[in-house]
Structures are given as structure tokens and as C-alpha cells.
Ligand binder design. Sequence first.
Ligand code: THU
Length: 130
Amino acid sequence: MTNGELFSMAVKAAESSYSPYSKFRVGAALLSGDGRIFTGCNVENASFSLTNCAERTALFKAVSEGVREFRAIAVAGSSTDDFRKPCQPCGACLQVLSEFCGDDMIVILSNGFFKLSDFLPLRFGAENMK
Ligand code: THU
């Protein structure tokens, strides 16, 4: 699985986006440690704050199926059908990803690939509660 292929799967996942309010479609494709792929899209709600982002949809699908180790996530977002502009994961998604993913987790966007720690260098985690 190449970075480009994972990104294409994120673009494809955005087709299922339920985003009648923002009209911003987001798709995510999450590659697990054992090579499986879990996709997700944003799911909005008339009560706006209940919206679930694409990244968290993909992660929750994986964790709910017993998968907790991940190598990479690709994210694609657009209000047109042009996914060339990068869509960075929001802060909430970074925090949720950080529960299961190390600093070296690869984050693939339209403009290249990064590490989770590029976006969230200092995270709140279980160790902070000891
Ligand atoms: N969104 C995501 O799905 N992922 C992100 O990381 C950023 C934002 C969604 C939430 C909402 O449905 C729309 O994009 C506009 O904020």
C-alpha cells in the first residue's frame, strides 16, 4: 500500500460524507498494523457539535473491531471535488488518534506526508494522570 493509494482511498471515502451543513466532504483511510484499511467520513448533525470527523469515524470503526495498532492515516477534504488542497486533522482528531498511535504514525495529506508529532508535539496522555 503506497501513500498515494491510501490517499486515494480517503478521497473515495469522502463520497459517503454526510455534510449537508458545512458542505465540506472529508474522507479518511486508516492503515492498521496488520495491513487492514478502515475508512471513514465526516457525519454531521443538525445539532452541529455532535458532528463526527472522518478520522474519528475511521478510528472508531477499527477499534470497535478489535484493532488498536496503526501505521498511517490519509485524510482528504474538499468543498468542491478537488482534493488537492491539504486538509489537516483537527485538534480533537489528533488527540483521539494519539490515544492509539505513537509519534511516528504517518499522516498523509494531499501535499505530502508527516508524522503525528508534527501536528501534536506535546500530547495529553495516560502518563499525565499518574
Ligand atoms: N472535519 C473532519 O471530518 N475532519 C477534520 O479533521 C476537520 C473537519 C469535518 C467536520 C465537519 O463536518 C466539516 O469537516 C467542517 O468542519
